[in-house]
Design a protein around this ligand. Sequence first.
Ligand code: SAH
Length: 218
Amino acid sequence: MAYKYIDNYREQGARKKLVELLKVKGIEDEEVLKAIGKVPRHFFFDETFWNQAYRDIAFPIGEGQTISQPYTVAYQTQLLHIKKGDKVLEIGTGCGYQTCILLELGAKVYTIERQEKLYERTIQVLPRMGYKPEFFLGDGSKGIANQAPYDKIIVTAGAPTVPDVLLSQLNIGGILVIPVGDESTQKMVTVLKVGENDYEKIVLDTFRFVPLVGEKAW
Ligand code: SAH
């Protein structure tokens, strides 16, 4: 796909309006809003669909997968409480939009995708946009043990349960954000690791994600 990396006034204006909309919808974290205001989401779309890029909707990205809805990206990111330098594992790279938001917040990002075609596309696109996470191809439902521990883990696909193995790869004080439910809807779950075997779990709002497919998932 021939991408044209042009961020013109029309797209910048649409992006500002998206940020305003996310505020109205309840996103309060200024740093997260700033990041959404910065990342050119239309770069992930074919030019034909640029008029869709700043609507608050998910959109197909190929291989039966979607670029997450901006509200969902902002919601999950806000729950992670990213500090500059945090080591973050992202499970479900997809097109890499969420990855860019995490990088804008100053995180060091390890991101894993199971679908080779998406992986191949994203490892080309992100560096061209100036975003440089560590990319991995494989089943992220097991985490990435040889890069652990992480300060934060974000799962961007819906899981049947919270995989224990992900909790074991968190630092004390670390946070896991993961949508958990059945194939049609999931509740957002955050787990704070307070001690080696001590966790505080909070169940939040309902969302609809594509399934997390793997050994510790569907
Ligand atoms: N983060 C993306 C959303 C991608 S949708 C964004 O910003 O738009 C979820 C992604 O998770 C899909 O690309 C899907 O292929 C991937 N996925 C599903 N199960 C996975 C697994 N076990 N390991 C890694 N990636 C997985």
